[in-house]
Design a protein around this ligand. Structure first.
Ligand code: PLP
Length: 391
């Protein structure tokens, strides 16, 4: 059911706004980086306009009310009770993970991630001179699952694990049982677990994600949360770090300060509070729209382009397309679609070598753009196959 109160239909021109998605490369239709082409909730717009009316934009503090907004959201939506003293403010999930890597591990330590996974995990580990250890997810009959034997073995040689819950790019909600098992294995090998739950609110209607901390009582776990994906406010660069482990939290607090990643920009508090305190109804409407968009892609692919298969998923607006039947590397395919059709989908190899026969498609856009994107994909794939058949 479509909610008519909010506008998820209008195509908003984003070119020439210094948008990473629309202005960095100048493709006709960018469907890569994870931000949405929708207008934000009216409550957020209003809160920002109100703050902008005050003509002084000096340094900001982070009031307790901001942490209160997080506490209330997770309590009422996920029955997860957090307390203020276990929270730290950060200027984004990735800045905080980078700080955690620096203060909780040493150079050349192994840090485990589950590939295919959000590509910036690789960069942040490698840029900090640590080693990536991959626990490749098993892909069988169109479904992903965790290879727990491999995880057990690799955690024995890891200092830290970064979990993506729900998982980008495969869009999977990890079950309570899977999360509890991960917690047990981290406990067994004394590995610090960082759980990145930035995509948590964007589940299919009727489904909820499982917070790691309501599934496991592992005491060396650290949680990263942010409204930036759910409410399309990544540009305000705002997140929190949460842990019941006082020792870990103290170290992270110092490191965030050393890295100058612990203070809010002048609009962040207004945006975050308006999101969590006033925009829940908008989020519910958005989830319906994203689900509808996913159905559109599913129907389109099965009737018009069956050579590309949608991997079943229940979270995020990032669809993972199985292109293995095209028999071409994802980089070549992505480049071809850009050159031939002006369509930019993320090549799967970006998320790990095991993602090479996949493409990631961001469907958080009005139906009109989504349909254009699907048509471009179809025409591009046909053109590619025509070229291949002449070779
Ligand atoms: C899993 C995951 N973590 C973190 C981020 C980025 O978070 P931030 O902008 O707060 O650094 C993204 C953005 O796409 C993401 O997908």
């Amino acid at each position: 059911m479509k909610n008519t109160e909010y506008d998820f239909e209008s195509v908003i021109e984003r070119k020439n706004t210094n948008s990473l998605k629309w202005d960095l490369f100048g493709d006709d239709l960018p469907m890569w980086v994870a931000d949405m082409d929708f207008r934000v909730a009216p409550q957020i717009e209003k809160a920002i306009q109100k703050r902008a009316e005050h003509p002084v934009f000096g340094y900001s503090i982070v009031p307790d009310s901001l942490f209160g907004a997080y506490i209330s959201w997770w309590d009422r939506r996920y029955d997860f009770k957090m307390s203020r003293e276990d929270m730290l403010y950060a200027t984004g999930v990735m800045p905080s993970i980078s700080s955690m890597i620096r203060c909780l591990s040493e150079e050349n330590d192994n840090i485990l991630i589950q590939s295919p996974v959000y590509h910036v995990f690789y960069y942040v580990i490698e840029d900090n001179n640590r080693n990536v250890l991959e626990n490749e997810l098993i892909y069988e009959d169109g479904v992903y699952r965790i290879d727990f034997d491999d995880l057990d073995e690799k955690l024995s040689d890891s200092k830290m694990m970064i979990l993506c819950n729900p998982h980008n790019p495969i869009g999977k909600i990890w079950s309570k049982e899977e999360l509890a098992r991960i917690g047990e294995l981290c406990r067994k090998h004394d590995v610090i677990l960082v759980t990145d739950e930035i995509h948590c609110d964007l589940t299919d209607p009727g489904l909820k994600y499982n917070p790691f901390m309501t599934s496991s009582d592992y005491d060396k776990s650290i949680l990263c949360l942010s409204p930036s994906k759910s409410f399309n406010i990544a540009g305000f660069q705002s997140s929190i770090v949460y842990s019941k482990n006082e020792d870990l939290l103290t170290k992270i607090k110092t490191q965030l300060h050393v890295d100058s990643s612990d203070s809010a920009n002048v609009f962040a508090v207004s945006a975050v509070e308006a999101a969590y305190n006033e925009s829940e109804e908008w989020l519910e409407a958005l989830r319906d729209v994203l689900y509808e968009n996913k159905q559109t892609v599913k129907d389109y692919l099965s009737s018009e382009l069956p050579v590309v298969k949608l991997v079943e998923c229940d979270a995020t607006y990032l669809l993972w397309l199985d292109c293995s039947d095209l028999n071409i590397s994802s980089k070549v395919l992505s480049e071809f679609l850009r050159q031939n059709q002006g369509l930019f989908l993320s090549p799967g190899v970006q998320f790990g070598q095991c993602g090479d026969k996949f493409m990631r498609m961001n469907i958080a856009c009005p139906q009109k753009l989504l349909k254009e994107g699907l048509d471009k994909l179809k025409v591009g794939v046909i053109a590619l196959n025509n070229i291949k058949s002449f070779q």
